[in-house]
Write a protein that binds this ligand. Structure first.
Ligand code: XMP
Length: 326
């Protein structure tokens, strides 16, 4: 498909002025494509879907209907930020779906990583399709497809957020950032007025914290992943590492070890820190993190996160390890 190929003479978007020009062109194209129609968008709050939402709000206002599915596997504060930015500040037509129990019930007892991914992916499509079925007159489906998604072939893991849609979601596609690379999407996002914390977010897998709560997900261990991740992100930001380290997060595996807390024997989970740098996620190098920062994070996680009595640092590059633990 010719319009899925980046023209050889297409300039990279690097400056606010170039972003402003792109936005102006896209808004005109979107208006022409959509007319009076209604557009549906699954808005995760990630960079790509957020930029698509902001572009469409500019182009067609409340003809855009955003659906934010909270599957319980998002990072701390993310659903709240989506509501604050899009509903409160941008006046978007936003449907918030609390599907936490539904996802966690379906995932209960499931420990196989690929099966977990499949369940999360299928459940997401089901919830989204159910919301779509409640709406009338939808003609378009907007997606945050970016150029690497088009170029990418054969991922090692079953990435659920790229690929086939069920027949009930066969709307006409609207993909305004499909020819952009990630760094260009960020420049456009800034020019659209999205908050820095949204635009500069590190990559986050579709199955979210679900693949970092290793083994069968339980609510208490999932909370330990979410809380330890929030502490890690806060400490990395305070240390000026945000934007310098490509991806950093915590993992809580499904086993316990002995410790001592307040003079009592404890039997709790370890928390693993992973921080990597990469160009394309195909290979990744370990980021050398200052020792005092690791010590502070360890102290905070072991004292502030219920259920954690040890913190470990993963020193394995990719290969042999993958970036995620599942
Ligand atoms: P791995 O673990 O394969 O990860 O080294 C490479 C990059 O892909 C992300 N990742 C995913 N992204 N759905 C996604 O959308 C997934 O199932 C998934 N698994 C891994 C990972 O966070 C890293 O950036």
């Amino acid at each position: 498909m010719a319009d899925n190929v980046r023209p050889a003479d297409m300039k990279r978007i690097e400056t606010p002025e170039q972003a402003a020009r792109f936005i102006e062109e896209q808004v005109a194209l979107l208006k022409a494509q959509i007319g009076e129609g209604r557009v549906l968008l699954a808005l995760s709050g990630g960079v790509d879907s957020s930029v698509v939402a902001a572009l469409l709000i500019r182009a067609v206002g409340d003809q855009l209907i955003c659906v934010h599915v909270n599957h319980g596997l998002l990072r701390k504060g993310e659903p709240e930020q989506v509501i604050r930015v899009f509903r409160d500040q941008m006046n978007a037509n936003l449907i918030y779906v609390d599907a936490v129990d539904r996802f966690l019930d379906k995932l209960s007892g499931v420990s196989d990583p690929e099966l977990k991914r499949k369940i999360i992916g299928k459940e997401f499509i089901d919830v989204f399709a159910e919301e779509a079925a409640k709406l009338n007159g939808i003609r378009f489906l907007a997606q945050g497809t970016i150029y690497p998604d088009i170029l990418e072939s054969g991922p090692v893991k079953s990435h659920h957020n790229v690929g086939g849609l069920p027949p009930e979601l066969h709307f006409e596609l609207v993909e305004p950032i499909r020819l952009l690379f990630k760094d260009e999407v960020r420049v456009v996002g800034k020019a659209l007025g999205l908050p820095e914390s949204m635009v500069e977010r590190q990559p986050f897998p579709g199955p979210g914290l679900g693949v970092r709560c290793v083994g069968a997900i339980t609510r208490d261990r999932l909370e330990a992943v979410r809380e330890s991740d929030a502490i890690l992100r806060e400490e990395f930001a305070n240390a000026g590492l945000q934007g310098k380290v490509w991806q950093y997060f915590t993992i809580v595996p499904d086993f316990r070890s002995t410790g001592v807390r307040d003079g009592q024997r404890s039997f709790e989970w370890p928390c693993v820190i992973r921080a990597v740098n990469t160009r394309d996620a195909m290979t990744a190098a370990i980021e050398p993190i200052p020792y005092d920062l690791l010590a502070r994070i360890t102290d905070r996680i072991t004292h502030e996160v219920p259920g954690i009595n040890r913190v470990l640092y993963d020193l394995t590059p990719k290969p042999v390890g993958t970036i995620e633990w599942e």
